[in-house]
Design a protein around this ligand. Structure first.
Ligand code: FAD
Ligand code: MLT
Ligand code: ZN
Length: 500
């Protein structure tokens, strides 16, 4: 776990005192869940889940977690922190994969889990208004009862918050169908670093009256404010959903299958996910379950269709599978026959991140690359790891496997290196090699997970100086005092000079 020995805390930020804690208790009330008082040493264990990230890679030393119950409370907290120069970090479900949701030093964690009410749903338009701290799966369950669907789905749905999803501009498993949150979010309510409440919680699709400022908060990772409420356009839920899982012998064939799927399944295609054979072998080692297909294949794809006519959709999917089988584009395939099988097939894709962490940790590179070259990165990094003698089955080898999977439909690859422990020798092979590889192909070094603490120093591989300069100006406008330290969230851009 990284505890930042190379970073120096900016001493212009205040240290937490009993007086501060007393103020927060007054604002949040004395109900136990409102404030976890970490000022005493015996509360350390309670604070651990808030200090450590999902990958067990990044760890802070926060001594106070605040759980506001309303927008007004968030506002009072931020205003006070701004005045007293207390650094904070917003936290949703803490499932982020770049270390952005945990403190670096002793920032106060502002955890949004108590703000979890669904406020309204318009059955005619499909617009939903809910608190930022609602859990994605809970919101989607609510929408299912109304015949609608949340326009985002991802493996962390049982824990992540919709506010966290917006803050990271999460992409997920059905972006190919429902598009990015930049398109589906209708409005937000946010509290700015000085405590100002920005109410842009419209429920209408169109509003061309000036700059669309809510867009700045989508993907800002909490650096310019805390999102407190979300208004979002939710599509009709499809009554017929089918899932097929198939094996292919090369990445060339994966591309052919993708082209055929787009042309033959067109409007009913709702997901096209890629898994390499190596990732599936590791999942099987952890779960020891029966794999969906009998033989091993170098690549697998999961296709989902969502439509309104089950028979028609199924016939279309079967005709597609027959066609790609006849043309020898796919080697083998299976179509889920019921809900249980459908969930089981999805679990071979959605379960990858958790299974890869089984041995100790995972180095994650979430990248966008022009689709033709997408998988070359996995081959190149695997070769370098082998060459360095780091991959193997014994404890002497830090690396268990180098695998690739991701959202084929969005040219978004997840290069993952599953390790027994986080180790410098592995990092030296990976960085800056991976970033240079991506930059040469004008790709993105962070396609959907954000910068956090993990990638902020490498923004220059994907953005030019003028763009980064503008980002700094925006940060300065919203959070001027924070320009020289870590005020609200992780000052991703400004603190880079402190990093190695
Ligand atoms: P957190 O992890 O708590 O926070 C993430 C960032 O947002 C932090 O910088 C935090 O400070 C900030 N933040 C949180 N809440 C707020 C708020 N209300 N206002 C302002 N800032 C806030 N991502 C994808 O894009 N696609 C995937 O398919 C995907 N799959 C995943 C699967 C698994 C198993 C896991 C563990 C993660 C996955 N992720 C994926 C990562 C993704 O970023 C998160 O799951 C999710 O979007 C983060 O939500 P969260 O509530 O957990 O936010
Ligand atoms: C996924 O697509 O599974 C997520 O983005 C998580 C990950 O990259 O591991
Ligand atoms: Zn992903």
């Amino acid at each position: 776990t990284e505890t930042y020995p190379s970073l120096k805390r900016d001493e212009r930020f205040a240290q937490l005192t009993e007086e501060h804690v007393a103020y927060f208790k007054e604002v949040l009330g004395s109900s136990g869940s409102a404030v976890i008082d970490g000022v005493t040493a015996d509360a350390e264990a309670d604070l651990e889940p808030f200090n450590e990230d999902w990958m067990h890679k990044y760890k802070g030393q926060c001594r106070l977690v605040l759980k506001p119950g309303s927008t007004e409370e968030v506002s009072k907290i931020l205003r006070y922190c701004n005045e007293k120069k207390l650094a904070v970090v917003p936290q949703g479900g803490n499932t982020g994969l770049v270390g952005g949701s945990v403190p670096v030093f002793d920032e106060i964690v502002i955890n949004m889990s108590r703000m979890n009410k669904i406020h309204s749903f318009d059955e005619v338009s499909g617009s939903l208004v809910a608190d930022a701290g609602c859990i994605l799966e809970v919101v989607d369950g609510f929408l299912a009862q109304k015949g609608h669907i949340f326009p985002l789905d991802l493996g962390a749905k049982g824990s992540c918050h919709i506010g966290g999803n917006l803050a990271t501009n999460a992409g997920g498993l059905r972006l190919i169908r429902y598009g990015s949150l930049h398109g589906s979010v209708l409005g937000i309510e946010a509290v700015l670093p000085d405590g100002t409440i920005m109410n842009d919680l419209g429920t209408l699709r169109k509003n061309n009256t000036g700059y669309d400022l809510k867009q700045l908060h989508i993907g800002a990772e909490g650096t310019i404010g805390i999102i407190t409420k979300v208004s979002i356009q939710c599509p009709q839920r499809s009554s017929a959903v089918n899932v097929a899982f198939f094996g292919l012998e090369s990445f060339e064939k994966v591309q052919l299958a993708f082209r055929e799927a787009k042309s033959q399944l067109s409007e009913i295609l709702s997901a096209f996910e890629l898994m390499d054979g190596k990732s599936q072998n590791l999942v099987q080692r952890v779960r020891s379950g029966k794999k969906p297909l009998e033989d091993d294949h170098p690549f697998y794809c999961l296709i989902e269709t969502s439509g309104s006519n089950g028979e028609h959709d199924y016939a279309k999917l079967e005709a597609f599978l027959e066609d790609v089988m006849t043309k020898e584009i796919i080697s083998d395939g299976v179509v889920a026959q019921d809900e249980t099988q459908l969930k089981s097939l999805w679990s071979w894709r959605e379960g990858i991140p958790e299974c890869l962490g089984h041995w100790g940790g995972t180095y994650k590179y979430d990248v966008s690359i022009p689709i033709r070259e997408m998988y070359d990165l996995v081959d190149d990094v695997s070769a370098k790891m082998e060459e360095a003698g780091l991959v193997g089955e014994t404890d002497a080898h830090p690396v268990v496997g180098v695998v690739g999977y991701g959202h084929m439909g969005d040219s978004n690859l997840h290069l993952n290196v599953a390790v027994r422990r986080y180790e410098e020798a592995v990092e030296k092979v990976l960085e800056p090699y991976v970033f240079e590889w991506i930059a040469k192909r004008s790709g993105s070094i962070s396609a959907e997970h954000g910068l956090g603490i993990a990638k902020k120093n490498f923004i220059g591989y994907s953005r030019d100086d003028a763009t980064i300069g503008l980002m700094k100006q925006i940060k300065q406008l919203y959070d001027p005092w924070h320009m020289h330290g870590h005020g609200l969230g992780h000052s991703r851009l400004e603190r880079s000079e402190n990093r190695k």
